[in-house]
Design a protein. Structure first.
Length: 299
């Protein structure tokens, strides 16, 4: 099977170019996109994400500030901090870096971000709009995954897609975006009896679980589009026998790439596109805030 490796950076570049133009047009009208990242405690993996977010934000013309809060901050203090940013007119978008310390209620914190500034599209209000296909700010990873499928040029209508993983921020919204395109969608999870029986029927297979090697070549339909969303850090041996850390997805790339028509690598597949969608959302949030302000001024 001739397969095409879908390079996330190519899809991401197209999104970033459009976002850069939209951000410049808004800035010219006095609306400056300004993203606030909230980091609670110290987490080395969050640090890498924050650095990348800052780099890409500045590249497309979005101001970026990272605010650090102490590990022992209380839920009430964190809610107050989010409340202050919600009403700060200089801040147009808010990202809450994960993981948050165990004593905090992530769902409540996420839901406290004003929907118009929730650029990760994770608040219940923005997820609800995805159900109605009436969203401006959708969850970044799900939008990125569907954008990658579109980039293959495959006609979506009538396609059979299987989504493995049903989390509220990745698996479920992917299924909803696909339904809006008249794709026939099967969602698999922990309770699915025979995963391979479903995945073998997929023209497009989305995998968002967090288990390395979950999908192997014998589970994939020849020619399918395989979009690997999982990110797992594993330990492996290099040529000299040293233990080294490596990032892999949920898909066994070696066996699946021999069968699939298209496949995303990890790293370098969904990740860069997710980051580009985050920036697209940040600029879309400013446009939405501008529209709401102008409507209020007309009254
Ligand atoms: P999550 O909330 O832990 O959800 C994992 C899902 O996988 C759950 O719905 C779970 O179902 C399901 N699952 C567990 N074992 C399964 C199995 N054996 N067969 C089928 N389904 C199974 O994780 P998430 O936030 O959706 O993220 C999923 C993965 O994507 C993680 O590796 C994460 O790091 C990665 N991710 C990547 C990006 C990116 O930009 N590339 C962004 C976000 C997340 P049950 O609840 O029924 O157990």
């Amino acid at each position: 099977m001739t397969n095409n490796i879908i390079r996330g950076r190519d899809v991401a570049r197209t999104i970033r170019e459009e976002t850069t133009k939209r951000a410049a047009a808004l800035r010219e009208q006095g609306w400056v996109p300004h993203l606030a990242s909230l980091e609670i405690g110290h987490n080395p993996s969050a640090e890498v994400y924050v650095r990348n977010q800052k780099r890409v934000a500045e590249k497309v013309g979005i101001q970026f500030v990272n605010r650090r809060y102490p590990q022992e901050i209380t839920q009430a203090e964190m809610l107050a901090a989010i409340g202050a940013l919600n009403v700060d007119p200089r801040i147009t978008g808010i990202i809450l870096q994960r993981p948050v310390p165990h004593h905090l209620d992530l769902f409540q914190l996420q839901g406290a971000i004003a929907p118009s500034k929730d650029v990760e599209g994770m608040s219940p209000s923005n997820i609800g709009k995805v159900v109605y296909d009436q969203f401006v700010l959708g969850p970044c990873t799900s939008l990125a995954s569907v954008e990658i499928l579109r980039a293959t040029g495959q006609p979506l209508r009538g396609m059979n897609a299987v989504v493995v993983g049903h989390s509220e921020i990745v698996g479920k919204p992917i299924a909803l975006h696909l339904l809006a395109e008249l794709v026939t969608v099967t969602i698999c999870h922990h309770g699915t009896r025979d995963l391979a029986a479903h995945t073998r029927n997929a023209d497009a297979l989305f995998v968002a679980v967090g288990k390395p090697g979950l999908i192997t070549g014998d589970m994939v339909k020849p020619g399918a589009v395989v979009i690997d969303i999982g990110i797992n850090q594993i330990e492996t041996q290099d040529e000299a026998g040293n233990i080294v850390k490596k990032l892999v997805g949920d898909v066994d790339f070696d066996s699946v790439s021999k069968v699939a028509g298209w496949i995303t690598p990890v790293p370098g597949g969904v990740g860069p596109v997710t980051l580009a969608v985050l920036m697209k959302n940040t600029v879309a949030a400013v446009a939405m805030q501008k529209k709401a302000y102008e409507a209020a001024m007309r009254q």
